[in-house]
Every structure is written in C-alpha cells, then in structure tokens.
Ligand binder design. Structure first.
Ligand code: G3I
Length: 356
C-alpha cells in the first residue's frame, strides 16, 4: 500500500485532474520528493564556478518552477530561460513586448539567491520575421535590433540578469559565417550585425557581461572561425565582449575528447575571454546510460582543471523528465545527473565527489 506521506503529485496539476489522476493512475504518479542530503552541487563547486540549469516557464507547456522541488532547484545557483528570453517570446507580431515569463524567471531566481544568464538577444532562429527577414532594409533591421537590446537591458539590470548571450550561433559548422540562413547576415550583407549587437548591448549597460554563444565550438573549422570573427570585428580590442559560451550538447560516449574540451576552453581563456559552459547535456541511447557517470566525471575533471577561465557551467535542463533532446533526436534521452523521478543519479555523485 502506498504511503500517503510519500505520495507527491507534481505541483501545478489542477485539483480536479489531480483527484482523477489519483484514482486512475496513482501508481504512475507516485514520486518520492527530492530530498537534499545537505550538500548541493552549487555549494560543492562554489570555489570553481556557478552550477546552472535551463528552466522552462510555460512556453512549451512545461514549467520547471511548478514541477521541481525547491530542494532540487537549490542544487543550482544560476538559471537560464530555455526559451522565454528569446525574441520569439519577448516580442510579438506587432513589435510589442511580452515580459511576463521573463519577469517571473528573474523573480524566481532572486527569491532563491540565484543568478540569471540571459539567452539570447540576436539569433537567426526564434526571432519574429519583422526583426530582419521582412524589414524594409538594413537600417530598419538595425533599428529593430537596437530597440530590442535597449529595451531588454533597460528592463533587467546587471543584478537581475548579469550576462547575456548577445549573439547566438552566427557561425556555420563548415567554418564560415552563417549567411543565407541568417536573416541578420542577409539584410546587412555581412557580419557587421554581430558587432552592432555587442555595441548596442555594451552601450545599454556597461556592467552586464556580454557573450558570444555557439554549439560545436570544439570542432576546429568552427572554432577557428569564431576566433577569426572575434578578431576581425575587434570585439576584444574595443572592449565589446567578455566571454564565449560553449554550448555543450555533447555525446555520452566519447565526443568530444577530454583533450579537445581542454584545448577549446584554454584557447578562449588565453585570449582573455571568460568561458561559460552554457548548454550541457549528453545525448545517447538508453543502452549507453552506464557510460554517463564516468563521462560526466571526465568532463568535470576538465572543467575543474580549466576553472581559472570558467565562471559558469549550465545544464540545458534540470532533470531527465524535460529535455529538448527527446523531440530533437526522436528517441528517449536521459542526459542529466537527476533522473526523471527527480532523484540523484550515479552521475551526480561522480561529479560532486570530485570536489567533496
Ligand atoms: O512556441 C511554439 C508554440 O506556439 C507551438 O504550439 C509549439 C508546437 O510545437 O511550438 C512552440 O515552439 C517550440 C519552442 O521550443 C517553444 O516551446 C518549438 O516547436 C521548439 O522547436 C522549440 O525548441 C527549442 C529550441 O531551442 C528551438 O531552437 C527548445 O525548447 C530549446 O531547448 C532549444 O534551445 C536551443 C538554445 O536556445 C540554443 N542552442 C541550442 C539549443 C537546443 O536546440
């Protein structure tokens, strides 16, 4: 017989639905609430870097703050909106603003003493067409970008959102600017939009840290081009960029290698840039799950080794019950250190034990 004291329905389930769920499928909904053992990842890694998580605030029908126990969320001291601070959510077809979800994230983080990484100001994806694609000309698009960046940075000061991914994914995997599939590059006729974005952000609030963020940065052609972009646009010389966000959508088996990760972090660190690991998750088949703990241990060993350059490590989700990878890959993924049932996995201890 199930103990009532351990029966927990996910918060946010409406009362009527909750009652019917209780009688119809109580067994499936039975969950032990997350219980802290008094130690958190954020606390454990305190002297190295922040431990963050991407959170959803309802846009894709999932609400992290209504789903996860406070004690589970307390494992993290930094949050990033998975979608809710992107132009597609902040802005409407009529160019108005829709702040409610983003405001809520800022309030939730503040009430937990956590920081917020802003994601993302300028991107080719999840951006209404009027920004650039259907703008009358380059000047109109530039003005739209300026208005957006100024409004967002006026809404949230550096204490509320301490850094932003100013430009996201501007470089192709082949090692060139993303051109025809970027409405920004297309309407500008070149990469100057990237510099404009950093300049607008810096001018709007010089106390906010500004990042370039991308995936597959560990791959040489792309990495070389990102370095070239930063140099060609004089982003460091002109004081416009603080760091690089290395999205870590990596594999559970052996890609990328420890050496590749180390070399990538060191390369940007030696350029004088801060490094944020921004979107950590490890994709793989269920059969590969036994590899997860050792793989996380290896990866965090490198992060600790390179911690003089790293300020933040953010998982692209909290626990295995919510990950973009399931729809993206088309099969179930279990990429995090907390399980679908909101419990610590072996992988959790494999990283925490490195510093405890
Ligand atoms: O908003 C629409 C909604 O109106 C519609 O009913 C619904 C139907 O599917 O779709 C909703 O849009 C979805 C959106 O998330 C918001 O929920 C898109 O289909 C879905 O594709 C989108 O996925 C997001 C993806 O970015 C879009 O590129 C993922 O949740 C999010 O995890 C993912 O995050 C990106 C980072 O921002 C940048 N780096 C890569 C990373 C993974 O793709």
């Amino acid at each position: 017989m199930m103990k009532m004291s351990t029966f927990v329905l996910r918060r946010g389930v409406p009362a009527l639905l909750a009652v019917s769920l209780f009688f119809s499928c109580a067994q499936e909904e039975e969950m032990e609430p997350y219980e802290s053992d008094g130690i958190t990842l954020a606390g454990s890694f305190d002297e190295y870097f922040d431990i963050g998580a991407a959170v959803a605030l309802g846009v894709n029908s999932f609400d992290s703050f209504n789903t996860y126990e406070d004690s589970l969320l307390a494992e993290f001291n930094s949050f990033t909106a998975e979608n809710e601070m992107k132009p597609s959510v902040l802005r409407t077809a009529t160019k108005g603003f829709s702040w409610s979800a983003a405001d809520r994230l800022v309030a939730e983080a503040a009430s937990r003493g956590a920081r917020v990484r802003g994601h993302a100001l300028v991107w080719h994806s999840q951006t209404p067409d009027w920004f650039a694609k259907t703008a009358a000309n380059k000047e109109a698009a530039r003005q739209n970008m300026k208005d957006h960046i100024e409004a967002v940075l006026a809404r949230y000061d550096e204490n509320e959102v301490y850094c932003w991914d100013v430009v996201n994914e501007a470089i192709s995997d082949g090692g060139d600017y993303r051109k025809t599939d970027s409405p920004w590059y297309t309407i500008y006729g070149g990469p100057e939009y990237i510099r404009d974005a950093f300049q607008f952000a810096r001018d709007a609030n010089p106390d906010v840290q500004l990042f370039y963020n991308d995936y597959n940065i560990v791959n040489t052609p792309k990495q070389d081009m990102i370095v070239k972009m930063i140099e060609d646009l004089n982003l460091i010389e002109d004081g416009l960029i603080d760091g690089v966000g290395i999205q870590a959508h990596w594999n559970i088996n052996n890609w990328p290698s420890k050496d590749t990760i180390r070399n990538t972090i060191n390369r940007f660190g030696e350029m004088g840039l801060r490094v944020h690991i921004t979107e950590l998750d490890l994709t793989g088949r269920e059969s590969e799950q036994p590899l997860l703990a050792n793989r996380y241990r290896d990866i965090f060993e490198v992060f600790i080794e390179c911690s003089e350059y790293i300020d933040s490590v953010t998982f692209w989700g909290v626990a295995d019950d919510h990950t973009w990878l399931n729809s993206h890959r088309g099969y179930p993924n279990f990429p995090f250190v907390f399980s679908e049932e909101h419990q610590r996995k072996t992988a959790y201890y494999s990283i925490r034990n490195l510093v405890e």
